[in-house]
Design a protein around this ligand. Structure first.
Ligand code: FAD
Length: 389
């Protein structure tokens, strides 16, 4: 059997799982190289606890260098281009050839696409901003909190809603909830629409119970930081809408990696179309998983971007690739199953699970919220940061 070289781009959720699983299944004669521009893996679901002052930044990160102990080579460099015709990847400093390529570069955040948004708002998806937000919340005296989803798609469709629930708890415990108005603005029609209308309606009514305002179908176009005002796009039925805020938390526009856009592997915004069961791209021996991949469901909506998909897709690719390299037939397919915790504050969470490939629409159900699911989310965090390092 020929020795193979497997290149994994990205050491986030998908990259980490695929590297570990392949290492377990393949002999040492096969090389596994993981490239990431960051030297650390950051566990993003903990950002919301960090915001609320319940985590320290250093406790939700791990050095990718630690993978070397397991026989996975780590290269701390930025990928600049992918040349599938030449089976080559370029970084800022080097060039790497491969036999198999797995792209798990995630989503790029593009706050620069919305004028004024970065001037004083807090980017919920950036570690440093979440730390600033935690400090900003301590000094906040009251007023309007705006949680703004600036465009679709965005990763972790639950995160803005979890943020609202945690802020409701945070301000209530400080005895100042009555001085705070929490507003969510989103282009979505319902919360988490890709999980189906039942989940959406349920979350909407939970928001109402907690006195959190849900403003659907609004598209942010700019932020006037001097006047603390959000501007939403006009539609055929409505004029442009303006909303004041005192504290702005935003989810920036997402797009694919520049390296993907330049490689012609992806579409114009850099998402890579893949086979929904095997995660194969149009190029032989090239796979894309996680947020970087684009899968369109039978409902016409894209498969959401979330760690759970990256994780399960990574397992499928690892199993099939290892089988192929070991001379066996690949048998595993990704079946669309997924689950998600929905943090609700006060030590409780909801738990939604189901099948996103169900026809004609995803079949996802949510369990009765309770302490058990919050505990599950906490245990999962500990497990994640132990299991893969
Ligand atoms: C606040 C928050 C909460 C979340 N909560 C949940 C949750 O509860 N459940 C859930 O399922 N998902 C959650 N998610 C989403 C989840 O984190 C992502 O969907 C998941 O990490 C995607 O995995 P990935 O491997 O595709 O990309 P990522 O994990 O984003 O990894 C991409 C990696 O590629 C690297 N990279 C990017 N560009 C380059 C380049 N040019 N060169 C080299 N390296 C590069 C990055 O540094 C990164 O390490 C949350 C996200 C956030 C922000």
């Amino acid at each position: 059997m020929e020795n193979k070289k497997i290149l994994i781009l990205g050491g986030g959720t998908g990259g980490l799982v695929v590297a570990n699983e392949l290492r377990k299944k393949l002999g040492k004669e096969h090389k596994i190289i993981l490239i990431d521009k960051n030297d650390k893996h950051i566990y993003a679901p903990s950002f919301l606890w960090l915001m609320a002052g319940n985590r320290k930044a250093e406790n939700i990160q791990k050095q990718l260098e630690a993978l070397k102990r397991k026989g996975i080579s780590f290269v701390n460099e930025k990928v600049t281009s992918i040349l599938p015709d030449k089976k080559t990847v370029k970084t800022e400093k080097n060039e790497f050839s491969y036999d198999y390529l797995i792209i798990s570069l995630g989503a790029e955040l593009a706050p620069e696409n919305i004028k004024g948004i970065s001037q004083e708002g807090y980017n919920l998806y950036k570690l440093e901003d979440v730390e600033r937000l935690r400090d900003g919340l301590k000094d906040f005296q009251g007023g309007k909190v705006a949680i703004v989803i600036s465009s679709l798609p965005f990763k972790c469709p639950a995160a803005p809603y979890e943020t609202a629930f945690l802020l409701d708890e945070y301000f209530s415990k400080k005895g100042m909830r009555k001085k705070i108005q929490i507003n969510i603005f989103t282009p979505e029609t319902l919360p988490m629409p890709s999980a189906g209308p039942d989940i959406g309606k349920r979350i909407k009514s939970m928001l109402e119970e907690r006195n959190i305002n849900f403003n659907p179908e609004v598209q942010l176009i700019s932020v006037d930081a001097d006047n603390k005002e959000l501007k939403f796009k006009e539609s055929k039925d409505a004029a442009a809408k303006y909303e004041k805020y005192d504290l702005l938390i935003f989810i920036p526009p997402h797009r694919g990696s520049n390296a993907v856009i330049d490689s012609q592997l992806g579409n114009e915004i850099g998402w890579i179309p893949v086979d929904k069961n095997t995660l194969k791209t149009k190029y032989p021996d090239v796979f894309a998983i996680g947020d970087a991949a684009s899968i369109i469901l039978d409902s016409g909506k894209p498969l959401p971007k979330a760690g759970v998909f990256a994780h399960f897709e990574a397992e499928v690719v690892a199993e099939n690739l290892a089988a192929e390299i070991n001379g066996m037939a690949p048998t595993k397919t990704y079946d669309g199953k997924a689950y998600c915790f929905l943090e609700l504050g006060y030590g409780k969470a909801g738990f939604a699970s189901g099948n996103f490939y169900a026809k004609p629409v995803p079949l996802v159900k949510m369990k009765k919220p309770g302490r058990i699911w919050h505990l599950g989310k906490v245990l999962f965090e500990k497990y994640w940061l132990w299991k893969w390092f």
